[in-house]
Ligand binder design. Structure first.
Ligand code: ADP
Ligand code: DP6
Ligand code: CO
Length: 333
């Protein structure tokens, strides 16, 4: 018999005594994967095929406030100040996540959530969104959960959210158990103050194919996907080594190659998946040119047209002059 999401949350929440507040607000950062999560072995529990490793973007993320609505029958959801249609996929996913905690007795809730990044544009809003919602639910119910437990519950909302529980570097271990109780992220506990992430937002519109559908299509149709687990295993090992010895060139080149390999599997899917826009290619070519000119800069892209670049603080003045519209984040400041 296959396990449901509720089976997993019930196991984590079993025996806890809630102390429910009227309202609670929580924040979680977005994260950018340096080794990507792409493909699930279990789509109900968001269990991944491969390990992934990310960096969280400090003060760019999601803030979610939950308020009890005594007497109301249904949750009310607001995104960036605007009411969300109760029938929309957005609302249904939020309600389904709250349902994991509902047996503890909150009744209906008002959900006010704000994203600092565009929603559904490849800037990891699902990661910060479900990590913030999980933290807000745990806070509203007055519970104390370990980071691993928070990571597992956030993962049930969106896989990448398992990593947004942490600031800094996070490693999501794919785990091997069918119930996914060993599939959670942990913090790398490393500080790299000179590291910079530049976000080049080229388009803010919602992507036509969400990450969820995109990765399923790749797994189902791309023969090239067969090589992806090996790519990810190698890159995770390289990244962990790069972080341990502070080898920025190894970190950046591994992240860029990993992203390109993931996009190659997308392109090899049917129907083909191409999240890039002409402007994405222009930016990538500019990054490669600047690198050839001697600046240590590397690019990564997720399921969307926007490009993120990795560099160190000594290259910041040059990078700012080349990419004037770039948002620069110092993840460890
Ligand atoms: P992204 O690249 O932004 O992560 P995805 O396709 O992975 O794009 O996910 C977009 C989905 O994430 C939205 O349709 C919604 O279901 C969910 N999401 C985004 N922001 C939030 C939020 N603040 N709270 C809850 N869910 C959110
Ligand atoms: C390309 O976590 O958004 O950003 O688990 O179905 O919600 P679901 O997908 P999601 O996928 C993220 C894909 C990625 C790579 C990554 O963040 O690791
Ligand atoms: Co996402």
């Amino acid at each position: 018999m296959s396990l449901t999401r509720t089976d997993i949350s019930a196991r984590i929440l079993a025996g806890r005594q809630p102390d429910i507040a009227d309202s609670f607000e929580a924040y979680a950062p977005v994260n950018i994967a340096l080794c990507k999560y792409w493909g699930k072995r279990n789509a109900v529990l968001n269990l991944p095929v491969n390990d992934s490793l990310s960096i969280s973007l400090g003060n760019k993320g999601t803030t979610t406030r939950l308020t009890r609505l005594p007497g109301a029958e249904k949750d009310k959801v607001f995104l960036n100040g605007k009411p969300v249609d109760g029938e929309s996929a957005f609302c249904r996913k939020v309600v389904a996540h709250i349902d994991l905690f509902r047996p503890l007795g909150s009744g209906a809730l008002r959900v006010e959530t704000r994203n600092d990044v565009a929603t559904g544009a490849g800037l990891a809003s699902s990661a910060s969104g479900f990590a913030a919602l999980t933290k807000a639910l745990v806070g509203l119910y007055g519970l104390t959960l370990s980071n691993e437990e928070l990571s597992i519950i956030a993962r049930l909302g969106s896989g990448s959210a398992s990593r947004s529980i942490y600031s800094g570097f996070a490693h999501w271990h794919r785990g091997v158990r069918p119930d996914g109780m060993d599939s959670f992220a942990s913090s790398l506990d490393v500080i790299w103050p000179e590291l910079r992430v530049g976000v080049l937002t080229l388009a803010e519109s919602e992507k036509p194919t969400g990450s969820r559908e995109g990765m399923q299509r790749t797994v189902d149709s791309a023969i090239l996907y067969n090589s992806w687990p090996e790519q990810a295993d190698r890159d995770i090992r390289r990244l962990e080594h790069a972080i341990t010895v502070r080898d920025f060139t190894l970190l950046g080149s591994t992240a860029e190659q990993n992203a390109m390999a993931m996009h190659a599997t997308m392109l090899a899917s049917w129907p083909p998946l191409l999240y890039w826009q002409p402007e994405s290619v222009e930016v990538l070519q500019k990054v490669w040119q600047v690198r050839q000119d001697g600046v240590q800069v590397f690019a990564t892209m997720d399921a969307g047209p926007n490009v993120k670049v990795l560099f160190e603080s000594n290259s910041e003045p040059e990078m700012r002059s080349v990419f004037q519209s770039m948002d620069v984040i110092a993840p460890f400041s």
